[in-house]
Ligand binder design. Structure first.
Ligand code: NAD
Length: 360
């Protein structure tokens, strides 16, 4: 059956890294005779400039009908002063909400050759390979009631942290299943010592643990996890957390691996439809200079093959091509240790050569 893929390159380096990703995708489509229908649309600031909105109804409809959406990055100073509804980031939020992309998967890994790019000492960071599963459509970011009350003294602001049983179960299922495909360790992170919602979260996760007896389940308080990620990150395999704590912990984990230009992400719904994007933004400071690292975007394509396109074999090939690229000493500017580095446009051809070698 034909798989539908929507490419939304976006703004700044989103365009450049998407071009590299498309080269790899088109090579694989041809090599494997894949039955894919590819559509591309503007999103973010570039969509606003053309259509007066960061996400057109048409693009949203195509997204809803797609198996995988490959999203570059959006934003830039020229759109910073737009009213809230027209800001580039609104496109991301609208896509996540309309497609119910509740599970955000963010791997954090380190190629040992790049250990010097990490802020941590080599002996702490070597062999880092963690997956953070963050709940993305619930919790305090969406809970009601919320607001700012100005007509009382003192004035106040408030939000509601709320998770129902179904929301916890569906994210837990994603995390337990990811752990089953990895090293079978799952750490659930919350603040059960002070928050009722966390106590409830812990009870549901514990209950679900009995369905996955092969997974070693642990529970940790979020402040401790923040510390442990820096002190001993290799104790983790998969971490599952709610929206707020997951947001903070996944950024800490991303920093450990040195360059944000290397890290992909996936946001999935319950029908395995997914949006795949690099963890970085549109990097206006380097846009157009040919120095953006497209590996996060190409690794996001690998995640799309694994989670939405039913071709884990191709996902593994892309990931091992990236490993070989790094062990061959090839470096974009962000991860280079000398003055020599490869330009953005040289990365995809080098990866395709590695893929071809492995295929012969
Ligand atoms: P950023 O991730 O764009 O850049 C942070 C730093 O990392 C910059 O120095 C940048 O040059 C560098 N960097 C990022 N990606 C890189 C890559 N692939 N290769 C080499 N270096 C890379 O974050 P920012 O500067 O805080 O935000 C810039 C714009 O991006 C803002 O408009 C922001 O709103 C937007 N943004 C978008 C997303 C998204 O689309 N998902 C995410 C974060 C930020």
């Amino acid at each position: 059956m034909t798989k539908n893929i929507l490419i939304l390159p976006g703004d700044g380096i989103g365009q450049e890294v998407s071009t590299s990703m498309k080269e790899v995708l088109h090579y694989l489509i041809e090599e494997q005779s894949l039955d894919f229908k590819i559509t591309e649309r503007n999103v973010g600031g570039s969509s606003y400039d053309e259509f007066g909105t960061p996400l057109t109804e048409e693009a949203l409809k195509i997204a809803k009908d797609s198996d995988a959406i490959l999203f570059g990055a959006v934003g830039g100073p020229q759109w910073d002063n737009l009213e809230w509804d027209n800001r580039p980031e609104q496109a991301l939020l609208a896509l996540r909400k309309s497609l119910s992309l509740f599970a955000n998967l963010r791997p954090a890994f380190l190629f040992n050759e790049l250990a010097s790019a990490s802020p941590l000492k080599n002996n702490i960071i070597e062999n880092l390979d963690i997956l953070i599963v963050r709940e993305l459509t619930g919790g305090i970011y969406f809970g009601e009631p919320r607001g700012i009350v100005e007509n009382e003294s003192p004035k106040y602001g408030f939000n509601t942290m709320i998770y129902n049983e179904d929301e916890i179960r569906r994210i837990a299922k994603v995390a337990f299943e990811a752990a089953m495909n990895r090293n079978r360790k799952l750490c659930s992170v919350e603040k059960a010592n002070v928050l009722e919602v966390s106590k409830f979260w812990r009870s549901i996760i514990t209950e679900m643990g009995s369905e996955y007896p092969e997974v070693e389940l642990s529970h940790q308080l979020a402040d401790n996890t923040a510390m442990q990620l820096v002190l001993n990150p290799n104790q983790y395999d998969v971490i599952v957390s709610g929206n707020l704590f997951g947001d903070i912990l996944s950024d800490i984990a991303a920093t450990l691996s040195g360059s944000i230009g290397m890290l992909p992400s996936a946001s999935l719904n319950s029908s395995s439809q997914g949006m795949y994007e690099p963890c970085h933004g549109s990097a206006p400071d380097i846009a157009g200079k040919g120095v953006a690292n497209p590996i996060a975007m190409i690794a996001s394509l690998a995640m799309a093959f694994e989670y939405s396109l039913d071709r884990i074999d191709i996902a593994k090939r892309i990931e091992s091509a990236i490993k070989i690229f790094i062990s061959n000493g090839l470096r974009t500017k962000d991860i280079a240790t000398s003055e020599e580095f490869v330009q953005t446009q040289d990365v995809a051809p080098a990866l395709i050569n590695i893929l071809k070698d492995g295929h012969e």
